[in-house]
Design a protein around this ligand. Sequence first.
Ligand code: SF4
Length: 320
Amino acid sequence: MSISRRAERAFVEAAKLAWKSFQAVNTRLPEGKPFQPKWAPRPLLKSYERTRPPLGFPRETDSLCPTCVKEVRNAIIRGERDLQDLVTGHPGEIKAMLLEEDGKIIMRKTCEKHGTFEDVISIDPDFTRRIESLFPGRDFKTVGDELVHRHGSSNIKYGRGTVMTIDLTNRCNMMCNPCFMDANQVGYVHEPTLDDLKEILDRSISFKPRRQLALLFSGGEPTVAPTFLPIMRYATEIGYYANMAATNGIRFAQDPEFAFEAYDATLNTAYLQFDGVGNEANSHRHIGNLFDVKLQAIENLAKAGISITLVVTIVNGINN
Ligand code: SF4
């Protein structure tokens, strides 16, 4: 074992010991007046006050039949089903089992109409168990969100998601096939107005707990939407602390000035589509020099001070 690895081990063991000693004293002291930050609906929860869902394997969980989902969506688009069915009708909902089999965690579920589906959730069960063991317990129950969270079975009940994703447009300056958002492919443009978007942000910030207020602007390609810059400015004004954009990077590559404008409009992070190193690794997106474009985008974003997260999308049978 290398010296640095041994030093790291020793440091970890010392930290564990220090934590146990602190806890041994802390649990004997009388509890002081609990602290309530401004963003919280009530005083901070102690670890023993937090609840947990069942974890580990095997276990049953709630899931969806992927074929029912498509059927329901198409029926709504054709006007044969009411949108409200998604909230009250539980369409496509089925139970699933999470199982450990052959060194993997798999999800197996059966729809009475469409048969059995199986997906691999993890190829490293020990790592998955370790990640689950780190779950600190549920956050506060949300308060004041009755008009915001009306999603049927998938209602958020505790805390809030880490990141809220908002699609600014279904237009895109690329034509990938497959595109997981069907950008440019549905025969109409859907682009919320600036007022629509402000209303979404106002409502989302209206309830407690009011923390982890990060936004991911997506699409289609969010940078082609006229609302991209103004809505980020508005979000920062009213208290959101981070703006991210899920982008293919083309606009940033084409126009260095645009990267500076986005930075001024408070864009923190480009969540940059990046499927591999070299043009060959990106050829499934049908742009011959796409990797060169990515490099230019990275350079322009970095010069403007915007941080970058590279995002790989793997589609079975296309680029795996
Ligand atoms: S860049 Fe993204 S949104 Fe645009 S077509 Fe490709 S996958 Fe779809």
